[in-house]
Design a protein around this ligand. Structure first.
Ligand SMILES: Nc1ncnc2c1ncn2[C@@H]1O[C@H](COP(=O)(O)OP(=O)(O)OP(=O)(O)O)[C@@H](O)[C@H]1O
Ligand SMILES: [Mg+2]
Length: 253
């Protein structure tokens, strides 16, 4: 039986009075790895922020595990890796372990000094992301790829079952990108996590996601990765006739 984790119905989101998301509906089931692609400014981050409850929809509804966004019942169930994740402040002295440990802190336990399994969760998150060797190093000294892993480790330390990532592959080298994708794939297959990832990197996302959503104000494609349209068909879906128009999707090898 498929168990829905996220249910979005007829969602409309406006920003500064402009419609950014026009009436989209989608369901994500437990254990799925879904990739969201689309050109710059097409509403991908906006959709993520609406799911997280940071942006209020103009119309429609969003349910996560049957609850509205920001519901207390969702505490620790959602892990979020933002588009700006790799731009962690450089002037804050924080080790990798300390950063990951922040993932275990919430408004309910901030002043609770008992461990309550926190150390184990932090250890697990660090080993899952392969950061053991740098755990005591200051985050300002990490490479872009390591920093991205550290942010993912923080999300894992919350023990979230549903992980949302916005452009986690930006600014990291090919090797780190491959190991990050492998990690996400493992989280999905071995840990039963549900993953929703936004990326411009069509090649990379196609290699990992089971299902793809092409978003450009509305959903232009939603289906198995194997039937994701080629670039020519995509241009059709987007109503582009000029073959020289830059569709701003990086196709990398
Ligand atoms: N803070 C904001 N206030 C007003 N409008 C915004 C704001 N942030 C984004 N927008 C507008 O909302 C639209 C969608 O932006 P969004 O960030 O969701 O796109 P995106 O698909 O994530 O793009 P990118 O691929 O560049 O990250 C754009 O037209 C953008 O200009
Ligand atoms: Mg974005």
């Amino acid at each position: 039986m498929e168990k829905p984790i996220l249910e979005v119905f007829n969602l409309v989101v406006a920003r500064s009075g402009k419609l950014v998301i026009k009436d989209i509906s989608l369901t994500i089931n437990e254990g799925e790895f879904v990739g969201i692609v689309g050109p710059n400014g097409s509403g991908k981050s906006t959709l993520m922020l609406a799911i997280l409850g940071i942006l209020k929809p103009s119309r429609g509804s969003i349910e996560i595990y049957g609850n509205p966004p920001l519901s207390r019942k969702l505490h620790r169930r959602i892990g979020w890796v933002s588009q700006a994740a790799a731009n962690l402040p450089k002037d804050v002295r924080l080790t990798v372990r300390e950063l990951v440990r922040l993932g275990t802190v919430n408004s309910g336990n901030m002043f609770d000094l008992r461990d309550n399994g926190r150390r184990e969760r932090v250890d697990n998150a660090i080993s899952m992301t392969g950061l053991e060797d740098v755990e005591d190093i200051d985050i300002s000294r990490l490479s872009g790829g390591q920093r991205q892993r550290a942010v993912i480790a923080r999300a894992l330390a919350t023990e979230a079952d549903f992980i949302l990532l916005d452009e986690p592959l930006v600014g990291i080298d090919r090797e780190s990108r491959n190991s990050l994708l492998k990690l996400l794939d493992q989280l999905c297959h071995e840990e039963g996590k549900t993953i929703l990832m936004v990326s411009h990197d069509l090649t990379a996302i196609r290699k990992t996601a089971h299902r793809m959503i092409f978003l450009e104000e509305s959903i232009r494609f939603d289906g198995p990765t194997s039937s994701f349209p080629d670039l020519e068909k995509l241009a059709d879906l987007r109503g582009i006739n000029d073959p020289h128009e830059d569709h701003q999707m990086h196709v990398e090898n």
